[in-house]
Ligand binder design. Structure first.
Ligand code: ACO
Length: 338
C-alpha cells in the first residue's frame, strides 16, 4: 500500500492587507514597488486578535475531510505543522483535535517551519504505510501576524509573511501508479541562528528575562521578533531546492522536464523563479500564489495544492514535485503521481 493525498483544502482569514496598507495602516517606511520587486508579494491576510493557528486550521480541516468523502470520526491521526503555535505547549494539534471533537485521536505537532508541511507529510506517509493509521489529517497553519514587528524597524521580515492554513487527508491506495512515490528530507543545523525567533529561551531561568531596574519580566525586541539573515536564507534556499528536485529526479529515473508541476514553498517569488530557470521549466509548471498570501510558512504548499486542484491545474495522473526550504535550515521534497 502507498500513501496518497486524498483531498486538499485551505482557509485564509478575511482581512486582506496590501503592501500599501502596510504603509497607510502601520506607517511602515516601505513601498509596494520595493516589496513586489524583491519578493513578488502584493498582499497577505492577517487574522484578528484572539484567533490562533488552530482556529485557522479548523475550517480547512473540516473541508479537507469532507472533500476526501470522509466523516470527521474517520480521522485517526492529526499532524499539525506550525512555527507559530498558540503556546509553547501543548501543540496546536491538540487544540485542533478538541475543536474538531476528535477526543482520543492522537495529535502531534511538527516544528519544522517552512519545511513543516513536507516533514508532516513524510510522517503521515509513514503512519499510513506502516498501518499505524488509515486516515491522517495533515495541517499547516500559521498566525504570523502576531509575531511580526509591524514597524519600519521590522520591515524586512514584516513584509514577507501572512496568516493562513492548508489541510490534506492522507490515505492508502493499492493503485500501483498513484501516490507519494518518494520523499527526501534534510537539515543543516549550522544555520539554526540564521532564521529564528527566541522568545522562549529555556537555556535561562526564568525563560523571560527580568529587567534589573524594574524587576519586571520583559521580552527584549531581539527575542520578541524573528531574526533573519535574508541573503543567507535566499542563497541556501535556491541551492537546496534545486539540488533536492534534481536528486528526486535522479532517484526516480525522470527528467525535471517530465514533471507536470513543481509546487514550491512560497517564501519569495524570486527564489522560485530561480529554481524554475535552473530546472529549465516553463512558468506554468512552477505556479506561485505568494502574490496573494505572502509566506504562510507550513501552510504554503497545501494552500497552493488546494488552489491548483480547484482551478483544474492539478489533475489525476499528473507527475508532481513538492519542494520546500526553511528555518533550521531544513528542506524536503516529494514526488507524487496525483
Ligand atoms: N521596504 C523598503 N526597504 C526595505 C525593506 C522594505 N520592506 N526591507 C529592507 N529594506 C531596505 C533595507 O533597510 C536596506 O536598506 P539600506 O541599503 O539603506 O541598508 C535595503 O532595503 C536592502 O536590504 P537587504 O536586506 O539587503 O535586501 P535584500 O535584497 O536582501 O532583500 C529580502 C531582502 C527580500 C528579505 C531577501 O533577502 C529575501 O527574500 N531573502 C529570503 C528570505 C526569505 O525568503 N525568508 C522567508 C522565510 S524562510 C523561507 O520561507 C525559505
Amino acid at each position: 500500500m502507498r500513501a496518497y493525498i486524498a483531498s486538499t483544502a485551505f482557509f485564509v482569514p478575511p482581512n486582506r492587507v496590501t503592501n500599501d496598507d502596510l504603509v497607510s495602516q502601520f506607517h511602515i517606511d516601505t513601498t509596494n514597488d520595493w516589496i513586489v520587486q524583491r519578493t513578488g508579494i502584493e498582499a497577505r491576510h492577517f487574522a484578528d486578535d484572539g484567533v490562533g493557528p488552530s482556529d485557522l486550521a479548523e475550517p480547512a480541516a473540516r473541508d479537507a475531510i469532507a472533500r476526501a468523502g470522509l466523516q470527521k470520526d474517520d480521522i485517526d491521526m492529526i499532524v499539525f505543522a506550525t512555527l507559530s503555535p498558540e503556546h509553547a505547549f501543548p501543540g496546536s494539534g491538540c487544540y485542533l483535535q478538541a475543536k474538531l471533537g476528535l477526543v482520543g485521536v492522537p495529535a502531534m505537532d511538527v516544528r519544522n517551519q517552512c519545511s513543516g508541511f513536507l516533514y508532516a507529510l513524510a510522517s503521515a506517509k509513514g503512519f499510513v504505510e506502516s498501518g499505524l493509521a488509515k486516515n491522517v489529517l495533515v495541517v499547516g497553519g500559521e498566525k504570523h501576524s502576531a509575531g511580526l514587528d509591524l514597524s519600519t524597524a521590522g520591515r524586512t521580515v514584516a513584509c514577507l509573511f501572512g496568516d493562513g492554513a492548508g489541510a490534506v487527508v492522507v490515505r492508502g491506495t493499492d493503485d500501483p501508479e498513484r501516490g507519494i512515490r518518494w520523499m527526501n528530507l534534510g537539515a543543516d543545523g549550522r544555520f539554526a541562528d540564521s532564521l529564528s525567533q527566541k522568545v522562549w529561551d529555556s537555556r535561562h531561568r526564568p525563560f523571560v528575562k527580568k529587567d534589573p531596574e524594574t524587576g519586571k519580566h520583559v521580552v527584549p525586541a531581539d527575542m520578541m521578533w524573528a531574526n533573519m539573515d535574508g541573503k543567507v536564507v535566499f542563497k541556501n534556499a535556491v541551492e537546496k531546492m534545486i539540488l533536492s528536485v534534481m536528486g528526486m529526479c535522479m532517484e526516480n529515473g525522470i527528467e525535471a522536464t517530465d514533471l507536470d508541476l513543481v509546487v514550491c514553498h512560497q517564501a519569495n517569488m524570486r527564489i522560485n523563479e530561480f529554481v524554475r530557470d535552473q530546472l529549465g521549466l516553463p512558468a506554468d509548471k512552477v505556479p506561485n500564489n505568494i502574490q496573494k498570501y505572502g509566506n504562510t510558512t507550513a501552510a504554503t504548499i497545501p494552500i497552493l495544492l488546494a488552489e491548483l486542484e480547484r482551478d483544474g491545474r492539478l489533475k489525476p495522473g499528473m507527475k508532481v514535485a513538492l519542494v520546500g526550504f526553511g528555518s533550521g535550515f531544513t528542506w524536503g521534497s516529494a514526488y507524487l503521481v496525483w
